[in-house]
Design a binder for this molecule. Structure first.
Ligand code: FMN
Length: 653
């Protein structure tokens, strides 16, 4: 069993003792007209139950001037206290030994009055009138307005305490109001709230002192800080850097702050810096946290891409940090702390940092945030599983993401489940999705399901094709078909020539390509195949008929992948149609119908997928209940496949 040296040891933040070093935070709670929704309540209760030492309810609005969106939770009035108190009570019922807090977040200049779901008639405020890249010029706060906001933070913290929470956090990171005072890019003032460590931290320090005065010196105040802004230096020659934050930290400590944790990036930086997708190194801010730790005598934590409890332990053992903050890893698996402590590491559903959750939020679908690998996230209240009254024999055909999730849920309901996979391993297309650069962590998904199947008694049979004869012999009550999809080959003249290959076969190594390659299709598969081939030094041209590539991909990912394509000198042709494929070239035409011939050794087809209905046709009628899930119904992505597998199995009561 994995031995954790430090992760599960106690630690004190001020006088508050945590049972372990894992802090859950911070995710803006979903609210309706300022009040927490039922889904938010249920979501946080599961995070408390999962074993984290501290559960921090995320960005909550301390003043009306911060109300970026209608769906933001508010705590700027006493009428919001009962809702938070109810959540506190529920969290304490399931986890009496966990500590709980609320993060106060003022969006400042990052508020976007024009975004989808924005609250009406709001105008952002900031230390200086520096236009927000994706928004407007904010109002420059006067000194009386700054003092008023400080009072509002203090009153909000008082409500946090009155609602029964153990501590409060102020959000000083990601370019929001408090952080924008600390960054020389956004703070151009020349008064006592202007630049420099003392002036730049004054707003935060006065809030901390005010909270201590109002709530008592033993009421812990935590702060999240940016180690760096990570803005484009051409646009922002002066910006927040680690040395500035190291100089600021002692001022915050003297003001009374009890803990500091480090993040990085703002909404104006490439998004990956604040919510690191899969290609960002894990624990990228840990070295900066270590610098801050040397400058203060209070606990210091770090957040961002720490999805592995072994790494979390190592970071503490190395002395870099005292605490590990996790958001997405505990969205993917709220039970990560308990599972790690009990040595059940294989059972952890690992966050693959696909940023689906962040993408949905950034598109303005605040109440629809979802996790690709955990379909129950934000649906905890309705996702509870009751045992079925009647045990059925369930045959799942296909061990891709949809089939595996369907098998897991069917077994949890109490059915007798067998899964047949025609390949020699589980995973289906995940085995290919994990091949492009830095995508290997996708293989944690079949690892998780393998562990679940052992635990739940799902009988997995590999190298087994579902023929009607075998199914008739088994006589299942239910068949869930998750037979996946095949590459769609568009009807282009020459598509049947020998230089044309299926992208899937290129990725799995069963088809070889030459040095000059044309990839047709600028969706996720085409882009990542082009990236992968480009990284091997091949001369790649990516052709897409639409005006953009990666239209349906997660925004945080597409910008990076396009950058990779550029670095690997992949030529990207958009609004371009393939006219014909010849033995050693391909003829394309642009939107003005100008034709061009591209010499090529291979043409890789990644123009989407078509459902594999062959299994359905063969097995239809061989059981009382026959269902489809995943790509064989509608080809989509990992999230849709897993969610469909989950949903279909829930119908089996
Ligand atoms: C859906 C979503 C909502 C978030 N909301 C907040 C928030 O309210 N306050 C905050 O400080 N950070 C917020 N963040 C950033 C996270 O707290 C965290 O810094 C980031 O996700 C990286 O950590 P992780 O790898 O543990 O997820 C949010 C991130 C996501 C994905």
């Amino acid at each position: 069993m994995q031995e954790f040296k430090k992760l599960f040891t106690k630690i004190k933040i001020g006088k508050m003792e945590l049972k372990n070093r894992i802090c859950f935070g911070e995710q803006a709670p979903q609210a309706s007209h300022g009040f927490l929704t039922q889904a938010t309540e249920d979501f946080y209760v599961e995070r408390a139950r999962g074993g984290a030492g501290l559960v921090m309810v995320g960005g909550t609005c301390p003043d009306i001037s911060s109300l970026g969106t209608e769906s933001m939770a508010r705590i700027d009035d006493d009428k919001y206290i009962p809702g938070f108190a109810k959540l506190a009570k529920r969290m304490r019922e399931v986890a009496p030994d966990a500590k709980i807090g609320i993060q106060l977040m003022h969006e400042g200049r990052a508020m976007r009055p024009d975004e989808a779901g924005a609250a009406k008639n709001m105008h952002p405020v900031a230390p200086s009138p520096v236009k927000f890249k994706f928004g407007v010029v904010p109002h420059e706060l006067t000194i009386p307005e700054i003092k008023h906001l400080e009072d509002q933070f203090v009153e909000a913290a008082r409500r946090v305490k009155d609602a029964g929470y153990d501590c409060v956090e102020i959000h000083g990171a990601h370019g929001y109001l408090i952080g924008s005072f600390m960054s020389p890019y956004t703070n151009r003032r020349t008064d006592e709230y202007g630049q420099g460590p003392e002036n730049g931290s004054r707003f935060a320090c006065e809030i901390i002192k005010g909270i201590k005065k109002k709530c008592g010196k033993d009421f812990p105040v935590l702060i999240k800080l940016n180690a760096l802004d990570r803005l484009d230096p051409k646009e922002a020659p002066m910006q927040l850097t680690p040395d500035i934050i190291v100089a600021i930290a002692p001022y915050l400590e003297r003001a009374g702050v009890d803990e500091i944790h480090l993040s990085g990036g703002t909404h104006e930086a490439p998004m990956w810096s604040a919510v690191g997708p899969y290609y960002v190194p894990k624990a990228a801010f840990a070295d900066y946290a270590a610098m801050v730790k040397k400058a203060v005598n209070i606990p210091v934590g770090v957040i961002n891409r720490i999805n592995d409890p072994i790494l979390a332990d190592e970071l503490i053992v190395s002395g870099k940090v005292d605490l590990i903050w996790m958001l997405r890893p505990l969205v993917a698996d709220p039970e990560l702390p308990n599972k790690a402590k009990e040595g059940r590491l294989d059972e952890i559903r690992t966050c693959i940092a696909c940023n689906t959750c962040h993408d949905i939020l950034c598109q303005g679908w605040f109440h629809e945030t979802r996790c690709a690998v955990n379909p129950d996230a934000w649906r905890e209240g309705v996702a509870h599983i009751e045992p079925s009254l009647r045990t059925k024999t369930v045959l799942v055909v296909g061990g891709g993401p949809a089939g595996m999730e369907a098998a897991r849920i069917s077994a949890m309901i109490g059915h007798k489940v067998t899964l047949w996979e025609k390949d020699n391993k589980l995973g289906g297309l995940l085995n290919l999705a994990a091949i492009p650069p830095l995508k290997g962590e996708i293989m944690s998904i079949p690892r998780y399901y393998n562990a679940q199947f052992k635990k739940l008694g799902v009988k997995v049979e590999l190298n087994k094709e579902a023929t009607p004869a075998l199914v008739k012999e088994m006589k299942p009550d239910v068949i869930i078909i998750a037979s996946g999809s095949d590459t769609f080959f568009p009807p282009i003249p020459g598509i049947d020539k020998s230089l044309v290959v299926d992208a899937r076969k290129v990725l799995d190594g069963s088809a070889k390509v030459g040095e000059n390659v044309v990839v047709i299709g600028g969706g996720e598969v085409g882009i990542e195949t082009a990236e992968w081939l480009g990284a091997q030094g091949k001369k790649v041209t990516l052709v897409e008929i639409l005006p953009v590539i990666g239209e349906l991909m997660v925004r945080d990912v597409i910008d990076y992948v396009i950058d990779q394509l550029v670095q690997h000198k992949v030529e990207i042709l958009t609004s371009t149609k393939i006219e014909e494929i010849n033995n050693d070239n391909i003829v394309v035409s642009d939107k003005d119908k100008n034709k061009r011939t591209i010499k090529t050794d291979s043409v890789v087809v990644a123009t989407g997928a078509k459902p594999n209905k062959k299994v359905l046709d063969a097995l239809q009628g061989l059981a009382k209940e026959v269902y489809l899930a995943g790509d064989c119904m509608v080809p989509a992505n990992i999230r849709v496949a897993i969610h469909q597998g989950n949903m279909v199995a829930r119908m089996l009561y």
